[in-house]
Design a protein around this ligand. Structure first.
Ligand code: C2E
Ligand code: CA
Ligand code: CA
Length: 563
């Protein structure tokens, strides 16, 4: 056979394996090289003639050679292919390479055995992976670990802490006055200041503790230790405050900032990493609010204080333009039509970021601010909706508290008049509650608005006791079925029965039905089959800023497929 003749000749075999870019070698049972391709010769250094008949012990340090011989012995003993990773230091350049070695046994009659090996140099790949890993976990500006690595380390520490009852301290460090430096001297000065701060922070901790830049001018410190950790953490916090407050020399100036530090400790197996960060953040915010520069340890009473602070901050939220309205689309899947938008209030807090309306609406209700907020939403949303196509209606949430305000109906009519929005395009969503029911004034105002053409829907239907009575007495135009009944569809048999009954009931009373919180196609199909008139949920769209609203009036792909 031609191929046997070809391979049978040592010369041909040499030519063939020389083409292979990876190092290939054949050894005898005494570990001596009897065959090397060009790549292997280059790797080992020297000429082929010099290398043949020698072994790793003639070239590499003994420990390295011993490792290679050990994997040779395994192949010889088992007859199986062996794959191993070997770190080799090259004799000529002295560079270290990571090689994946594959070795197998070759039987040549009569009764002779050889080892054939192929090596792949994965050094560059491994370096690239390591560099990528490093870059994605470090902050380019300061060289410190970033938020991702901080979270990984915290997760790790918490998981270990749960087993070993080890103590962990989390410190959040926020610079006071950084923005002023940035604004006054420019970004380059700001960047330099952050580098200086990073270097100082590292000097305040021991080797093995973690300092990370979490973003902007916020840093995180993770300390681990035994029972004396609390004293250590306080010491670190004090030295951080001192170090940051020292003057910093920037390119064109010398400046001074300070630090507010929040501390919390992991002491309960149930505490999640995010909860530790939230606690440290709360403690740090409390330092900020009480005049900055210093440190504070989290304690549960801070929660109540924070609530009071939120109260106080909420007072100024409107004036500081921290409130805005987002709009979530409502769809009629069978027709593939966009039918409306629900206006949802958003609060972008200067320190805590976005705060859920489920948190701040109750505070606004308690403090009476809801009347101002409600009027703001009505004005902003009616003005936005005026520009929408005629068939697209606007839904606005109304708190029962707003209905106790004598001027409520007037506020609504004023918002309509100012914007020019037709009253029948506005739908007020009222959550069922005792208050709405018992308050004659409230009902009177709603009736007045209804006469004016405004629609009224009952929100979160099924979560309170008053719905049916309210529907009966008031003749509401729409029922919104709460997400908790929708989430289990179509498999949850009880949920299915309830939704089916609610849809039938609403239709019998002459009202339309909107399903809330539709997230999956199966839920939408099931609701369509049950005759639901309208749907709202992440499947169709999230609440969005006004500028993104109405960029598409096409039914989403998912719905188009269903039709
Ligand atoms: P809601 O009236 O029941 O509004 C629907 C809530 O469900 C919104 O939360 C919305 O973002 C969320 N949602 C919509 N689709 C889905 C989904 O598919 N899955 C899930 N998991 N959630 C979905 P948001 O915006 O946080 O509002 C919470 C509540 O705050 C509202 O519940 C409403 O009761 C109240 N709220 C919001 N804006 C206002 C307002 O301007 N005035 C008053 N009085 N209350 C408001
Ligand atoms: Ca609503
Ligand atoms: Ca709702």
């Amino acid at each position: 056979m031609l191929h046997q003749r070809l391979l049978g000749s040592a010369d041909s075999l040499q030519k063939i394996i020389d083409i292979i870019p990876s190092p290939v070698f054949i050894k005898d049972e005494d570990h001596k090289w009897i065959f090397l391709n060009d790549a292997a010769t280059r790797l080992l250094g020297g000429t082929r003639e010099e290398l043949l008949g020698r072994s790793e012990y003639d070239i590499f340090p003994a420990a390295q050679a011993a490792l290679s011989w050990a994997s040779d012995d395994e192949v010889l003993a088992t007859g199986q292919m062996v794959e191993s990773e070997e770190c080799i230091t090259l004799p000529i350049s002295g560079d270290t390479h990571t090689m994946i070695m594959r070795k197998t046994l070759l039987h040549v009659p009569p009764g002779r055995r050889f080892l054939v090996g192929v090596a792949s140099d994965v050094t560059e790949y491994r370096n690239a992976v390591a560099e990528n890993h490093f870059l994605s976990r470090h902050d380019a500006l300061t060289g410190l670990p970033n938020r991702i690595m901080f979270h990984e380390a915290l997760n790790d520490a918490v998981t270990r802490g749960q087993r070993e009852v080890d103590n962990i301290a989390v410190l959040l460090v926020d610079l006071d006055g950084f923005k002023a430096v940035n604004d006054a001297y420019g970004h380059e000065a700001g960047d330099e200041l952050l580098r200086i701060v990073a270097a100082r922070l590292k000097c305040c901790v021991r080797n093995g503790d973690l300092v990370a830049r979490l973003g902007g001018d916020e840093f995180g410190v993770l300390l681990r230790g035994g029972p004396a950790l609390q004293q250590a953490a306080e010491r670190v916090a004090t030295s951080i405050c001192g170090a940051i407050a020292a003057p910093a020399l920037l390119p064109q100036t010398q400046t001074r900032v300070s630090a507010s530090v929040g501390i919390t400790y992991f002491n309960c197996a149930q505490t999640k990493p995010e909860e530790l960060i939230r606690q440290a953040d709360l403690a740090m915010y409390s330092v900020k609010r009480s005049g900055r520069h210093g440190h504070k340890t989290y304690e549960p009473s801070l929660e109540a204080t924070a609530n009071r602070q939120l109260h106080a901050d909420l007072l100024y939220a409107l004036a500081r333009q921290e409130l805005h309205v987002a709009y979530q689309p409502l769809w009629n899947p069978p027709d593939g039509l966009l039918t409306g938008y629900e206006a949802l209030l958003r609060w972008q807090h200067s320190h805590f970021g976005e705060i859920s309306p489920r948190v701040f609406i109750p505070i606004a209700e308690q403090s009476g601010l809801i009347a101002n907020f409600g009027a703001y939403v009505l004005r902003a949303a009616c003005a936005a909706a005026h520009g929408w196509p005629e068939q697209v209606r606007l839904c606005v949430n109304i708190s029962p508290m707003q209905l106790t305000d004598q001027c409520f109906a007037e506020t609504v009519i004023q918002a309509l008049t100012e914007s020019g929005l037709a009253p029948d395009r506005l739908e007020l969503e009222v959550t069922e509650s005792r208050l709405t029911l018992d308050h004659e004034d409230a009902l009177r105002q709603l009736r007045l608005l209804k006469e004016h053409g405004v629609q009224v829907a009952v929100d979160d239907f099924g979560t309170g006791a008053a719905s049916l009575d309210m529907m009966h007495r008031f003749g509401l135009s729409r029922m919104k079925i709460d997400r908790r009944f929708i989430s289990g569809l179509p498999d949850d048999e009880r949920g299915y029965a309830i939704v089916r009954a609610l849809i039938r009931l609403a239709h019998d009373l002459g009202a339309k039905v909107t399903a809330e919180g539709v997230e999956h196609m199966e839920q939408a199909l099931c609701l369509m089959e049950l005759g639901c008139d309208e749907m709202q949920g992440y499947l169709f769209g999230h609440p969005e800023a006004p500028r993104s609203v109405l960029t598409s009036q096409e039914a989403p792909l998912a719905v188009a497929v269903a039709r």
